[in-house]
Design a protein around this ligand. Structure first.
Ligand SMILES: Cc1cc2nc3c(=O)[nH]c(=O)nc-3n(C[C@H](O)[C@H](O)[C@H](O)COP(=O)(O)OP(=O)(O)OC[C@H]3O[C@@H](n4cnc5c(N)ncnc54)[C@H](O)[C@@H]3O)c2cc1C
Length: 257
């Protein structure tokens, strides 16, 4: 956390720093921003701030030429001596340390897993359809055993991955749609991201040359899922989180000797 917030004698806060890949920052009126305020333990540490984006010193620039998630805007933001009133800080009980931002990620991951499964299902449906229409050597692709093996594996992957496949989880979710389940569910959710991505890429392959056109959805899904494997926690960080839960040992930092 390199962005800092320093409290001034009159109570105002002054924020300095930069953050990249911030969604919708060129369009938003308010940027909820986490910054390092001092040592943890005195009620400070990392804290959240409400930053109106028209505050002097705040700037945002859209990141151009993305090959993934092209329909949404991510930005690089800069905070240069951004002065905020004393009450711009979020209350300590809701956002102290990194708990606040991590809670946001837990919420977001739950939505993302549905997106991943939707992309996987759509890729599967595209392939099922196409393989029945496209003929080679006088037979539809769907009549070849290798095609059937692939669609069978895809169906199994989707059924394993769909949160609805787990009755206890789906039931809990229906009762508490906004609740986060960072523990056990992290294993299930994190595991689905690479699986959904692989499925979309396999579906693209099964469409042959036509699969690289915009006429078919799987490559678009696969490209978008490239981002999903990075934001809200990269694959590697998910692995490390699960590894720590299983072994009790955190391996997030490397020591350089
Ligand atoms: C489309 C998109 C939207 C985003 N939206 C937002 C947003 O709205 N708000 C926001 O705050 N952020 C957002 N992000 C940022 C996202 O959270 C980061 O890109 C992500 O956390 C990875 O950080 P990084 O890009 O700096 O990669 P790095 O940290 O540079 O990582 C590069 C590689 O090294 C690996 N790595 C890093 N540290 C370790 C480690 N300790 N051990 C092992 N491997 C490691 C990573 O897993 C990765 O493979 C978005 C990103 C994308 C692509």
């Amino acid at each position: 956390m390199t962005t800092t917030a320093v409290q001034q004698p009159g109570g105002d806060w002054v924020l300095n720093g930069a953050k990249r890949w911030i969604g919708l920052a060129t369009l938003a009126n308010v940027a909820i921003t986490w910054a390092q305020t001092g040592h943890h333990g005195d009620g400070r540490g990392v804290r959240g701030f409400v930053v109106p984006t028209d505050t002097l010193g705040f700037s945002a620039e859209a990141i151009p030429q993305k090959l993934s998630m092209r329909a949404s805007v991510q930005c690089e933001i800069h905070l240069r001596d951004v002065r905020l009133p004393a009450d711009a800080i979020l209350p300590a009980d809701s956002a102290i340390g990194l708990k606040g931002p991590f809670q946001c990620l837990n919420e977001a991951r739950y939505g993302i897993i549905w997106g991943v499964m939707g992309a996987a299902r759509d890729s599967f449906n595209a392939v099922l359809d196409y393989s029945q229409q496209r003929t080679q050597f006088g037979s539809p692709l769907a009549a070849f055993q290798l095609t059937q093996a692939k669609v069978a594996d895809m169906a199994a992957a989707i059924n394993n991955g769909l949160p609805a496949g787990s009755p206890d989880w789906a039931g809990e979710r229906r009762r508490h749609p906004r609740r986060s389940y960072p523990g056990d569910d992290l294993h299930r959710q994190a595991g689905q991201l690479p699986r959904g991505h692989r499925l979309a890429r396999d579906a693209r392959e099964m469409l042959g040359g036509n699969g690289i056109t915009l006429e078919h959805s799987p490559l678009r899904h696969a490209n978008n899922l490239e981002s999903v494997r990075t934001y809200e926690g990269t694959d590697e960080v998910h692995q490390l989180t699960i590894g720590r839960a299983l072994t009790g040992i955190g391996a997030f930092t490397a020591s350089m000797k």
